[in-house]
Write a protein that binds this ligand. Structure first.
Ligand code: SAM
Length: 280
């Protein structure tokens, strides 16, 4: 067990500071104050973060941190904390760690007994959910799906029966293929595509996985918010046994008939198997 009293016990602290996702004004007073007060700031890309610091006249040493050089990155941050420094970690946009680097370093910092404090702010996931028009919670934030279609479809298969609203980050060059895979695996569901949030060309497209198939050349940063699985409220007029028997009469093997009925009713194959064998 690890109990951290963030502002009662005085310890060197790693601050996770949220930065804007487009509109430079989306930064909190506390975030600016924290960045002005820490001893050193670690970021993903010094050119991107340099512009933000310049805008808010923050003059602090800026160093780069990447998860892919996680050992080196964590070590440098730990050295600062060991020396008594307070450290800030920022990403190129939004909340650090949310589809961004930071997870490994906070593991090490917690392990070494220093404080980890969040200075919260904007994140694309909540911004998109709030304007989506879809049920806001419970939601499941998935982040990025795999870039390869086969793997992506497997990931979607696993999520297919989740009742929660699903949120994905996506890049513009894959968006058409991802929407195609969403329709193929989920069928028709409500879908909101929120792009360039907080920026001049912000756009929110609310539709379905079916009618968004036509979306092709869409640019910018984007989030997909997808309606969760809705079990059909219509009660079937036939029993499972009757359905299986009908398919068998029509020439399917009992195995294939069970598989088909399970798929149609969205129930586990084993349930159909049991119903068929117990009742027939
Ligand atoms: N840490 C960020 C956050 O808290 O949202 C996310 C960083 S992740 C590397 C970048 C992805 O976030 C983009 O590919 C896009 O899916 C989403 N994103 C970031 N900014 C966005 C914006 N202004 N509008 C829509 N999506 C955005």
């Amino acid at each position: 067990m690890n109990r951290q009293k963030s502002f009662v016990d005085s310890k060197p602290t790693l601050f996770l500071v949220a930065t804007p996702i487009g509109n430079m004004e989306d930064i909190t007073f506390r975030a600016v104050k924290t960045l002005q007060e820490v001893d050193v700031i670690f970021c993903e890309d010094t050119r991107v973060s340099g512009k933000l610091l310049h805008r808010y006249e923050i003059k602090k040493p800026l160093k780069s941190y990447h998860d892919f050089n996680k050992e080196v990155g964590s070590k440098e941050i730990l050295n600062h904390l060991q020396g008594g420094d307070n450290v800030a970690l920022i990403s190129d946009a939004g909340m650090p760690l949310i589809s961004d680097p930071g997870y490994y370093v906070i593991q090490d910092v917690i392990h070494e007994g220093y404080h980890v404090v969040s200075i919260p702010g904007v994140s694309a996931v909540l911004t998109a959910i709030s304007v989506s028009g879809l049920v806001p919670h419970p939601f499941l934030f998935y982040g990025f799906l795999d870039s390869k279609s086969t793997k992506r479809k497997q990931e979607l298969q696993q999520l297919k029966h989740y009742p929660e609203t699903l949120v994905f980050y996506e890049s513009p060059h894959r968006i058409h293929k991802t929407i195609k895979d969403l329709y193929e695996v989920f069928g028709e569901r409500k879908l909101t595509l929120a792009r360039e949030l907080t920026k001049k060309f912000e756009e929110v497209i609310r539709g379905t996985t079916k009618d968004m198939q036509e979306i092709d050349d869409i640019k910018g940063e984007m989030v997909l918010v997808v309606e969760g699985y809705q079990p059909s409220t219509e009660q079937p007029t036939t029993t499972i046994l009757e359905d299986v028997q009908t398919y068998i009469k029509n020439g399917l093997s009992s195995k294939d008939a069970i598989k088909k009925v399970a798929k149609e009713r969205n129930v586990p194959k084993n349930d159909v198997y049991m119903a068929y064998h117990q009742e027939s």
